[in-house]
Unconditional design. Structure first.
Length: 214
């Protein structure tokens, strides 16, 4: 009789020990999940601030850039994205091999709007060619594998800048097709190349008589 009582006590003690271990394990798992959720929530909030601030979709990936500003049809401001965060400094990109109408020139606003539409909310890739005299990075811009520089010329929203890209026969053909089909700026009469527009505007400014102050 005493032996059976002892065995029963031992079984109860073992069951009690197992129950306590289960309770401890459950408490540990609940605490772990709680902390994990807090960490994830912090990450989402931080990325969310970037998305809201820059009106674009941030994502992971090396060599990806977020477009912060489209100045005109051939100039953008970008910032590198790593692990869903904006890093490094803001870089001004002058798009290689193209020249878009100036903002104050006829078709300037339309050209800027066309570039913004092509880029959309996508991250872009940048292939830097060189730097210009203003210190800007001159580069080819890609979005989802598409050459944005070529797309601007193909749709007639920018000129092929042959003075700095003379050997690009593909660009030459894209512009010829845009002119033939009267696309974009070529749909209007009396269009002026932006480099000529800038030159004429500079000449007008330099010939203005200076007003002498008394």
């Amino acid at each position: 009789m005493s032996r059976k009582v002892d065995e029963g006590k031992n079984q109860l003690m073992m069951l009690g020990t197992v129950f306590v271990l289960i309770v401890i394990l459950m408490a540990f798992m609940m605490n772990f999940n709680k902390n994990s959720n807090k960490a994830n929530a912090g990450t989402k909030t931080e990325i969310g601030k970037n998305i809201g601030k820059n009106n674009s979709i941030a994502s992971n990936g090396n060599g990806k850039y977020q477009v912060l500003k489209v100045s005109d049809g051939d100039t953008i401001n970008v910032q590198k994205v790593e692990n869903g965060k904006l890093v490094d400094e803001v870089v001004k990109i002058r798009m290689y091999g193209i020249d878009a109408p100036e903002k104050t020139q006829d078709y300037g606003p339309e050209s800027r709007a066309a570039l913004a539409k092509i880029i959309g909310n996508n991250l872009v890739e940048i292939e830097v060619k060189n730097r210009d005299r203003y210190g800007r990075s001159v580069a080819v811009v890609y979005v989802n594998g598409k050459n944005v520089n070529q797309e601007m010329v193909r749709t007639g929203n920018a000129w092929w800048y042959y003075e700095y890209d003379k050997k690009d026969t593909e660009m030459e053909q894209l512009q010829a097709n845009a002119k033939k089909n009267k696309l974009g700026l070529f749909s209007k009469r009396g269009y002026v190349e932006p480099w000529i527009y800038r030159k004429e505007k500079k000449a007008q400014t330099s010939t203005k008589p200076r007003v002498r102050r008394k």
